[in-house]
Design a protein around this ligand. Sequence first.
Ligand code: AMP
Length: 422
Amino acid sequence: MKKTKFQKPTGMHDIIFGDQKYFQSIISTVEGVSDYYGFSKIDTPILEDEDLFLKGVGEATDISEKEMYTLKTKGGDRLALRPEGTASVVRSYIESGMANRPQPVKLYYIGPFFRHERPQAGRYRQFYQFGLEVLGDSNPVIDAQIINIVYSILTDLKLKNISIEVNSIGDKECRNAYKKTLVKYLKSKSSLLCSDCKRRTKENPLRFFDCKDPKCQAVKAEAPKIIDNLCEDCHSHFKQTLEYLDGLELPYQINPCLVRGLDYYTKTVFEFFVTTKEGKSLALGGGGRYDYLVKLLGGKETPAVGAAFGIERIMQAMKDMNLIDGPKSKDKVFLAQIGILAKSKSLVLIESLRRAKIPVVESLGKDALKIQMTKASRIGSKFIIIIGHKEATENSAIIKNMETGRQETVALDKVVSKIKKG
Ligand code: AMP
């Protein structure tokens, strides 16, 4: 294709044509399900103080180390394009005094996020996520409910072959003790680790479990797991969460190596996958509990749990399964017109059809009937409405049933009821 003068930035994309159907159906499903479960929508700025993410997401994470888009404003503030949603939601929870409202506070968001990643299939530099957050409740039933709500969203979208992985990464007490055990183990295997994991051993040892390098896999399999080192409180929280998931009959499995890429998680963590037609596993999203984040960002200690899902990934899975069946084109009525007066009457008639939820296709800008009829037959509409010069002056229209070949002239204000009758 010829290079145009301007192209979209590397790793970014337009959502156009058929993709919008998928995009919109995800948005409306997220809105409908979140609303049903009592979540209120929150929209936060795309830009935030850079430190919010450095602190919130953690300095020794891929996001903070290499993926953040940052800028210095003319006033000298250092801002970042948001790489994820939770830190912004927590900032708003603290700043707008949501802690003084009845707890828990349940919020959801949908919007664009930015990470300066190496562009590759399914990985963009601007991508959309939706997320749900429950702040102010430590009960494991909420962990299970969040997992169930996202499962409901995905199954309402008719996605199949979904699997859920869960783990617990403990709290301050047991994780710190466990980290020491892990570091000791990793140091003893240092010669077998990739250079990234050697660094992680010092900076953020749990991230070792995210390593995909084949070199580290054997060390991973033998490594002590956090799930076997939980304190009593974390153990019973996890056990209870799993029991609720069992009650919901959700397709989950425990993955003792699941730690998630962000620093703020405590106790429950989870990830959702879908198996594509080619048998590949596609990560759709994940989440977990983050009981220390509100305090870390300057609020009171507040238990919380949430989830974030990638909308492009869900679109990809839906396309892979051919899941959208919008109105079939044959259900759409075609409206043909001849002349200025007929065009004017058509504009009014389309409004009546829209209010009656009858999908209509037209070619208002065209004058020749032949061109319009060719388009109508390409669409395969069952009904064609024709407003010619005569009909326009008489306030009527011809309705042609293309299946039976019958046609009749009806008053313009009877067109909708006639089409509805079929
Ligand atoms: P994370 O917050 O990193 O766990 O991301 C949650 C979900 O967002 C992932 O499972 C993906 O579905 C999606 N996601 C994250 N990063 C990207 C990206 N660069 N491009 C597209 N989707 C992404």
